[in-house]
Design a protein around this ligand. Structure first.
Ligand SMILES: NC(=O)c1ccc[n+]([C@@H]2O[C@H](COP(=O)([O-])OP(=O)(O)OC[C@H]3O[C@@H](n4cnc5c(N)ncnc54)[C@H](O)[C@@H]3O)[C@@H](O)[C@H]2O)c1
Length: 399
């Protein structure tokens, strides 16, 4: 079948396997050239949310920079005869294709990480896989979660708290600046979002892995968070998602104590920078902010995508000669340090009011944003022949 992008709002409902292979390979090549050089590096890594965005890059860095075994957990749609798989499914196939000749081992579980069935399947796979993990990365971004304790399905939402929020936003389909008006969250919205994106499920995973003796002595357990700029505060950090992130960060302190007491381990929350992922493209205002941020950070020579951030997490924060992990006053790793640089942020504030539909492409890197967005689904990548038929089920067998 010949696969073309079909974009609906902030998602693309098709994906191209050869494009996904090419972009996973590009990340793997960068990871190979940025080896973790210290001896005490991770040997067996569990990545929960391993198929796209930060989790995929974490898996790639684990396999190609640290040369570790990986077990990847994700929730992705497999292909059908005439319907491509989700991008994360092809990314994971691509990861397995690229690691098949390595001496390390890699396994996957495709299922709902919030469910007990999936957790049980991971435990079984982990045991047959070779035992305890010395690095666990929790990188889920999900719109809903069924809590195994009460069987209730909670939905996350992106709403401000306490007041209506109005700001300019970007219609990424049309390339037009519009105004977005968002009604404030109800107490129920706040609680539901915390149930999905807060720390509860990370804690459940940690307790289970400990109970099953699957956390090695000295294990590092890490989850990702975001803070972001002034312009997105009402919708992000001070909104429903921000409350959930605060809960995640607070839970991180409890998990750190549990890790210390039970396996001489440690837990961190890493605050990462804004990048284009399936999760971030769904947040109002963020695509415009990211388009502007790209322009400014390129000019400063500090631009990074997911893989560059995770390479920096490994080489400059977690696994280096100094042995001390730099954290902020709240104990968080700050990979967003270059994004939050006051000079970068003051340029964002100066430019924000001036962006219009007419000057969008000149004042921001919206073209790059769109290219990155298509790339998430394997489209628009140099060297991929999009006119060629692809086998949707086994796309890499002829390679
Ligand atoms: N994108 C950003 O700009 C940004 C910035 C800082 C921090 N973060 C954080 O990084 C983390 C990952 O976000 P991302 O942007 O990489 O997201 P993403 O949408 O690219 O990836 C989400 C991952 O979670 C998996 N997933 C979703 N629901 C699942 C379920 N029920 N069971 C199993 N797997 C499931 C998906 O398969 C995928 O692998 C989040 O905590 C996010 O807040 C993102």
């Amino acid at each position: 079948m010949i696969v073309k992008p079909r974009i609906k709002g902030f998602v693309c409902i098709t994906s191209h396997p050869m494009g996904c292979l090419s972009s996973v390979k590009e990340q793997a090549d960068l990871a190979v050239s940025n080896q973790v050089s210290i001896v005490d590096k991770p040997k067996r890594v569990l990545v929960i949310g391993a198929s796209t965005g930060y989790g995929l890059s974490s898996r790639i860095a684990s396999a190609f920079s640290a040369n570790a075994d990986t077990l990847g957990v994700y929730f992705e749609r497999p292909p059908k005869e005439e319907k491509p798989a989700s991008a994360g499914f092809y990314n994971s196939m691509a990861f397995n294709e690229l690691t098949k000749d390595l001496s390390t081992k890699h396994a996957d579980i495709n299922g709902d990480a919030f469910s007990e069935e999936c957790k049980t399947a991971v435990i079984e796979k982990a045991k047959e896989f070779g035992g305890a993990f010395d690095l666990v990365i929790y990188s889920l971004a999900s719109p809903r979660r069924t809590d195994p304790k009460d069987g209730k399905t909670y939905r996350a939402c992106l709403k401000p708290i306490g007041a209506v929020y109005k700001n300019k936003t970007l219609d990424t389909d049309k390339g037009e600046i519009k105004e977005v008006v968002l009604e404030p969250a109800t107490p129920d919205d706040i609680e539901s979002t915390q149930k999905v994106m807060g720390g509860d499920d990370w804690m459940l995973w940690t307790e289970l892995l400990l109970k099953e003796n699957l956390l090695a002595t000295g294990c590092t357990n890490i989850a990702y968070s975001y803070i972001g700029p002034e312009v997105t505060q009402p919708i992000y950090r001070h909104g429903t998602i921000g409350m959930a992130k605060e809960h995640l960060e607070k839970t991180g302190h409890s998990i750190n104590e549990i890790m210390r007491d039970n396996c001489e381990g440690r837990a961190f929350v890493s605050v990462n920078k804004a990048v284009v992922t399936q999760a971030s493209s769904a947040i109002p205002v963020v695509p415009l902010y990211v388009s502007l941020l790209f322009k400014i950070m390129h000019q400063k020579g500090t631009h990074e995508g997911c893989i560059e951030q995770i390479i920096r997490l490994f080489n400059d924060r977690l696994y280096h000669e100094k042995g001390v992990v730099d954290v902020d006053e709240s104990g968080r790793i700050r990979l967003d340090d270059w994004e939050m640089d006051p000079i970068v942020q003051s340029e964002i504030i100066d430019s924000w009011g001036e962006i219009t539909s007419d000057n969008l492409r000149e004042r921001t890197n919206f073209d790059e944003y769109q290219k990155e967005f298509l790339k998430l689904f394997g489209f628009g990548i140099d060297g991929v022949d999009y006119e060629k038929e692809v086998d949707l089920i086994s796309p890499f067998t002829a390679l």
